[in-house]
Design a protein around this ligand. Structure first.
Ligand code: ATP
Ligand code: FE
Length: 356
């Protein structure tokens, strides 16, 4: 099966071609990502209207580039998969329209994909991981612990009740006068810092369950920063490094402990070779990766982290999720809707079953 994938739910316009030979591994034939960071930079955040317009302008070119990169034409494809949500509705609509246009013109099957399922199924694309596995999705917009039992079967064990960790990294960077995106900047500063100097809170660790909270952490950084400025008139280099190290350590500790608890739930009926995978932009953080890997080692669970270009938004994961749904006999009609919100543990968009 060879699928075209289309992704436009946030600020990356992306198209990719993925091939899967039954019984074999999946192969990414091409993956094009046209980021919009520069477009939104003057506004300090993604502007939905600008994003939607940019997606509409760039999608055709991305699809052409993905096909050319794979050395294929539309006639070589078996289907078109597209992110149908969740995300910024204007962008999702642009992608869904593009995919419907291709499906209508070629007669190819159309498969709507949940963007989060794309992230959550990536370890199957990269490593052929078998169900069930535990997944931590940590990005700029999401934070959830999920048991993946099937391409359409996810159980959410918990997640952030407020900010996503990436958002907390970005806001903390802003507070300390560092550049955006803040994650890599904070990590670089933290490398020079002492994580024990500031005792930042570990929110919700005192409560049972797998829910997390990160907005208070950023407020704690703000207070510590203002305290230092009031006491000494400004921030020293070392202060900034120590604040970053303390913040990063708190995020890592919360993610690690909640993952440990989720592993206990998952392990109750885990398979012979239990596995845990992390995905999303924050998975790039080496301290966080290390903390999660330690938890897995302690529990005797295999640890997987897809390469970074497949952790952040891309269309290869959408093409792959489309192939997975198609293999379950699922496809969508021209009534496929774009959905701004679409929790992963709820049943999918309207489906037409076939060939089951
Ligand atoms: P979503 O995928 O949920 O729609 P998004 O597209 O903003 O949101 P990603 O592209 O997966 O998310 O990740 C971007 C986020 O990852 C940013 O918040 C960024 O600061 C964070 N990030 C990137 N590198 C690091 C790092 N080394 N340490 C911590 N955070 C990082
Ligand atoms: Fe994403």
């Amino acid at each position: 099966l060879t699928f075209l994938g289309i992704e436009s739910s946030c600020d990356d316009t992306a198209a990719a071609v993925v091939r899967h030979v039954p019984g074999g591994r999946a192969e990414i034939l091409s993956s094009v990502v046209d980021g919009q960071t520069a477009l939104h930079a003057p506004f300090g955040g993604v502007v939905p209207e600008i994003a939607a317009r940019a997606h509409a302008e760039r999608l055709d070119h991305c699809v052409e580039a993905a096909l050319a990169g794979a050395g294929l034409t539309l006639a070589d494809l078996d289907g078109v998969a597209v992110t149908a949500g969740p995300g910024l509705i204007g962008g999702v609509l642009s992608g869904v329209m593009c995919a419907k246009g291709i499906a209508a013109a070629t007669g190819l099957p159309l498969v709507g994909v949940n963007h989060l399922a794309g992230h959550a199924l990536t370890p199957r694309l990269t490593d052929g991981l078998e169900f069930p596995y535990l997944m931590l999705l940590v990005s700029g917009g999401h934070c959830q612990l999920l048991i993946a039992r099937g391409a359409e079967d996810f159980t959410r064990l918990g997640g952030s009740i407020d900010d996503a960790p990436g958002e907390a990294f970005d806001k903390t960077a802003k507070l300390l006068g560092l550049r955006q995106p803040g994650g890599p900047e904070v990590e670089a500063e933290a490398r020079q810092g002492d994580p024990r100097r500031f005792a930042f809170p570990r929110p919700l660790l005192d409560r049972p369950g797998c829910d997390m909270s990160f907005s208070g952490l950023k407020t704690a950084v703000l207070r510590a920063r203002d305290g230092l400025i009031a006491a000494q008139g400004g921030l020293l280099r070392q202060d900034r490094a120590d604040l970053c190290a303390g913040f990063q350590e708190a995020v890592a500790a919360v993610l690690a402990e909640k993952t440990r608890r989720a592993l206990a739930v998952y392990s109750a009926d885990a398979p012979v070779a239990p596995a845990f995978a992390v995905a999303g932009g924050v998975a790039a953080n080496s301290r966080i990766r290390e903390a999660l890997e330690t938890v897995c080692a302690g529990a005797g669970v295999r640890f997987l982290a897809p390469p970074l270009r497949l952790c952040t938004d891309n269309a290869a994961m959408i093409a792959w999720a489309g192939i997975e749904r198609f293999r379950l006999g699922l496809r969508d009609g021209m009534d496929l809707a774009a959905r701004p919100r679409w929790p992963l543990d709820q049943t999918s968009a309207p489906l037409l079953g076939f060939g089951k």
